[in-house]
Design a protein around this ligand. Structure first.
Ligand code: GLO
Ligand code: MG
Length: 368
């Protein structure tokens, strides 16, 4: 071996060991759901892109560098309501094999309680006891699916648990009903964890669990508060008039942030699910800083992007909202790690928030 070869080998092994250290330190792992490959339909118009098969979506995840997929119960088992438990089990096992084959894991499973006729006026808080029973039974099936897919995380986005008309339901009774439903799920399986994803409105006028404070408070009324936590979605916090970074700090002070839907939202409009950082880079930066200072991901939690392509997006650019959200996250992570902490601390001590503001802006603009 000549000296050039040996120097080359040495350099290669040095790169390899640095890559290994980086891999070991890798705190953040990424995830999306099949619904994030959406086809452009909105209440005013039909799809603008053709749909692709579930298997194609699965194969794209790995290529894009994502490690997990999140599921609704009927993403895992389509037309779930028409299937027996044996059939549900069989299809879930087949799905597990496909996930294993792709080297992907299931991050969570969520009962989709907003499409069925039984959930028109809510699931757990419906005024009709038969419909409440349907919602609980279906949630138990969701838990069985999660078990087979190897995840203990059940996400509760309580889409229709609220009112279109304040006088149509009792808020007090609804709290009891929500607790009863959660207790039934916690009893159904002693290991699963419930992660509540609050949202203040849409599809409802008013939702019963609009913020992280509400989610963590209701957790205390359940039979096992330790197993009830939350999921923050950036856009939902913004719709509630809150800063998602504060929601992250709050949830993590209780050790309750078990999942996360990063995206963006331009003010109080319909739920936009824009790419992460698209509307407000500074708000996105502060979310990344909050995740960093609280050590999000160290217990295996995933960063999920609950984002959708713009309706105008063409088929060739169909996946960009996913890879772009991830790129933005990684750039903002680098910004969080290189934030001029010393200068910032000195400005805070001098109560010079005027220049602190500019320091943040210039850091984000790349001039500091
Ligand atoms: C809608 C929600 C929705 C949930 C998903 C998981 O506003 O963000 O996408 O995250 O259904 O339960
Ligand atoms: Mg979400």
């Amino acid at each position: 071996m000549n000296s050039l070869d040996s120097r080359l080998l040495e350099a290669l092994s040095c790169v390899e060991s640095r890559l290994l250290t980086m891999a070991k330190k890798q705190q953040y792992r990424f995830c999306v759901g099949p619904w994030n490959f959406s086809v452009g339909q909105d209440p005013y118009g039909p799809p603008t892109r053709r749909d692709e098969s579930f298997d194609w979506k699965l194969s794209q995840l790995k290529i894009l560098g994502f490690e997990a997929m999140m599921f609704h119960d009927d993403d895992a088992v389509p037309e779930i309501d028409s299937k027996s438990s044996t059939q549900i089990l069989k299809e879930t096992r087949e799905l597990r094999k496909r996930l294993d084959g792709e080297g992907l894991v299931a991050e969570m499973v969520a009962p989709r309680l907003w499409f069925a006729p039984q959930t028109i006026d809510g699931g757990y808080t419906s005024n009709d006891p038969k419909h409440r029973r349907y919602a609980i039974d279906r949630s138990k099936r969701t838990i069985d699916i999660a078990n087979e897919l190897g995840t203990d995380l059940i996400v509760l986005w309580l889409a229709r648990e609220g009112t279109y008309l304040r006088e149509s339901k009792s808020g007090a009774r609804s709290v009891e009903l929500l607790v009863e439903a959660m207790d039934a799920m916690l009893k159904h399986d002693r290991k699963i964890r419930l992660s509540i994803e609050p949202k203040p409105n849409e599809p409802m006028d008013q939702a019963y669990i609009p913020t992280i404070g509400h989610a963590l408070a209701i957790a205390q009324l359940t039979l096992d508060p330790k197993r009830v936590g939350c999921l923050i979605e950036s856009a939902h916090a913004i719709l509630a008039g809150l800063d998602p970074a504060d929601e992250i700090d709050f949830a993590m002070a209780f050790d309750k942030l078990w999942s996360l839907h990063l995206n963006d939202q331009n003010g109080l409009k319909f739920d936009q699910d824009k790419p992460f950082g698209s509307a407000n880079l500074r708000v996105a930066f502060n979310q990344v800083r909050a995740l960093e200072r609280n050590g999000y991901g160290k217990k295996g939690e995933f960063i999920c992007f609950d984002v959708h392509p713009f309706r105008t997006t063409t088929e060739e650019n169909w996946l960009q909202h996913l890879s772009n959200s991830r790129r933005t996250f990684e750039h903002l992570l680098a910004k969080a790690k290189t934030y001029p902490e010393k200068e910032a601390t000195a400005l805070i001590a001098a109560r010079n928030y005027q220049d602190l503001d500019q320091l943040v802006l210039e850091h984000l603009m790349g001039v500091r």
